[in-house]
Design a protein around this ligand. Sequence first.
Ligand SMILES: Cc1cc2nc3c(=O)[nH]c(=O)nc-3n(C[C@H](O)[C@H](O)[C@H](O)COP(=O)(O)OP(=O)(O)OC[C@H]3O[C@@H](n4cnc5c(N)ncnc54)[C@H](O)[C@@H]3O)c2cc1C
Length: 273
Amino acid sequence: MKPRSFDYVRAKSLAEAMAALSRHGADARIIAGGQSLVPLLNMRMASPALLVDIGALAELNGISLAKDWLRIGALTRQAEAERSADVAKHAPLLAKALPHIGHVAIRNRGTIGGSIALADPAAELPACLLALGGEVEIAGAKGARTVKADDFFKDLYETALAPGEVLTAIRVPVHSNSMRVGFSELARRHGDFALAGLAACRRNGSVRLAFFGVGSTPMRAKKAEAALAKSALEEAVAALDSDLDPPDDIHASGKVKKHLAKTLLRRVATELQ
Ligand SMILES: Cc1cc2nc3c(=O)[nH]c(=O)nc-3n(C[C@H](O)[C@H](O)[C@H](O)COP(=O)(O)OP(=O)(O)OC[C@H]3O[C@@H](n4cnc5c(N)ncnc54)[C@H](O)[C@@H]3O)c2cc1C
């Protein structure tokens, strides 16, 4: 299929992008890497009147250290983050997760910000951001604001981004000796979206577990986190029975997904020691 016709603006500045977005309200859509949006347009699952291309906004690009945070600009390609020495050193959880996103061709175009803004419940990066206790930087007509990952993912493909707002960067706490991170996912073939996955972080005695592919958003498993913080692995695995309630989907039943989540927790727990 072909998309419905739409107008197109390639913004030259963040201000120009936000002005175009606010003029067209819910009829406008940002396009970044296009790896999710273009298929949605072609299948006519999205039919915006205007596409605002943010690809030329250099200020949304790049990876930098800011005090205790690693900041990754929204337009940074997933492949660039995957190759970054700063990401490998300061955000090893992201380095573990990035090679699992689709295929090289997808990661060459797909952006970090696009993945977080789309908030696919089976995506790797939203879960990593949540596991690390990261933050999202947002620009809008009323100025800039920062939202914690815990408050960003609201529901299925629904985030704290309001119409007209642009996700400008994400930031995650810089990795330290007191941190351990773990990542694993189960997919039918490498490169497919995961049937279930787990991104995890242990820091100063507390544990954050963010499962993906098992709910409408990346899901914290808080009872399992508390059990794992006292190194009670079997208690943590049992706690997933109440922490998670995965719905059936076309790939697996909720029961199978919960079984996979338990398997993932046993695997990832060894990385957190
Ligand atoms: C075959 C295939 C396999 C894939 N496999 C995986 C996978 O295994 N795991 C995975 O996580 N992803 C996967 N993806 C999706 C891929 O990671 C996308 O790159 C990503 O989801 C979206 O990033 P993008 O830059 O391409 O965004 P786009 O497609 O351009 O945009 C996606 C959405 O985010 C919005 N958006 C984009 N940037 C911003 C911004 N800065 N501020 C506000 N809103 C914004 C857009 O308006 C749109 O709604 C796959 C895609 C394909 C085609």
